[in-house]
Design a protein around this ligand. Structure first.
Ligand code: GDP
Length: 294
């Protein structure tokens, strides 16, 4: 991912090769190419314009006597702007509460169940006693999927296959957690193929009833601007704490990673780059910016 963007940004910086100093003209040409590269990466026009206006302003405001080439200077400014665009700093998940409740939301197929398993593995590695809770009451296969994941990572899975009340299941799981010294419960929920009222009501009721310390929204990064729009819709209803971007191993152009923070005003907390359970990383905006700039 980001390959195209990296290549195009590199090409934009090449315009400055051999130029002794920053001028209005060479900056304008480079910034225009950067803007086009961002739009091609599925960054929305308004965000791309804001970012490149800021890059231009910073570049022209620099002292021309400093001992770096215009290319190096622009690369540094773009790196800082992209880092800022993606949130600036790493944001940890909230592990408050005893037990600490983490609610997982998102559309069907976004990678919620897989992520729940990965997060359980991640927290178990920090010596937390974790319980996975199967609250996808519509897809019996989702319960089995979670059980298989739980077995692989040796984490207990709480499920009530015959109960069709997600909130009741989650509350029973909370009770079970207290009785069994589980410190973190991860609640995997049902998703639909598209946003619908029933799903929104249900996840909203789960959030109200459980009062989780952390509600995460899982989204497939391959869906580009749709990912950003879905995030906005979920956030309007759920006021979630953070975003999990999945399928970064696919041929995503990167727009969701670059814009979600700016449009939704919630941090990306994890990224997932594969189906395997170890394919999960805490999101670091600066590292991602460096990766983009190669
Ligand atoms: P859910 O319906 O939201 O619970 O989604 P699932 O967890 O069942 O994931 C849907 C599909 O996407 C499954 O085939 C997963 O193996 C796959 N998947 C999940 N995360 C990733 C990822 O980061 N990369 C790739 N390539 N596939 C993923």
């Amino acid at each position: 991912m980001f390959d195209n963007l990296s290549v195009k940004l590199d090409k934009a910086f090449k315009n400055l090769k051999g130029q002794g100093r920053i001028t209005e003209i060479n900056v304008a040409t480079t910034v225009k190419e950067i803007r086009r590269a961002l739009i091609d990466a599925d960054v929305n026009f308004k965000v791309a314009k804001e970012v490149t206006d800021s890059i231009k302003e910073k570049a022209l405001g620099q002292d021309v006597l400093i001992a770096v080439s215009p290319g190096q200077l622009l690369t540094k400014i773009v790196s800082e702007e992209l880092t800022e665009l993606m949130g600036g700093r790493t944001e940890e998940i909230n592990l408050k509460g005893d037990p600490n409740v983490i609610l997982i939301s998102g559309l069907q197929g976004s990678g919620k169940t897989t992520f729940s398993g990965k997060l359980a593995r991640h927290l178990k590695a920090q010596n937390r006693n974790v319980l996975l809770v199967a609250c996808d009451i519509y897809r019996p296969a989702a319960i089995d999927q979670l059980k298989v994941l739980g077995e692989q990572i040796e984490v207990d899975v709480y499920a009530e296959p015959d109960n069709k009340d997600a909130l009741k299941i989650a509350k029973n799981a909370l009770k079970y957690a207290k009785e069994n010294n589980k410190k973190t419960i991860i609640v995997d929920t049902a998703g639909r193929l598209a946003v619908d009222e029933q799903m929104m009501n249900e996840i909203e009721a789960l959030k109200k009833g459980l009062n989780p310390a952390e509600t995460l929204f899982v989204v497939d990064s391959m869906t580009g601007q749709d990912a950003v729009n879905t995030a906005k819709t979920f956030n309007d209803r759920l006021d979630f704490n953070g975003v999990v971007l999945t399928k970064l191993d696919g041929d995503t152009r990167g727009g969701a990673a670059l814009t979600i923070r700016k449009v939704v005003d919630k941090p990306i907390k994890f990224i997932s780059s594969g189906e395997k359970l170890d394919a999960l990383d805490v999101f670091h905006p600066d590292r991602m910016a460096n990766r983009i700039l190669g």
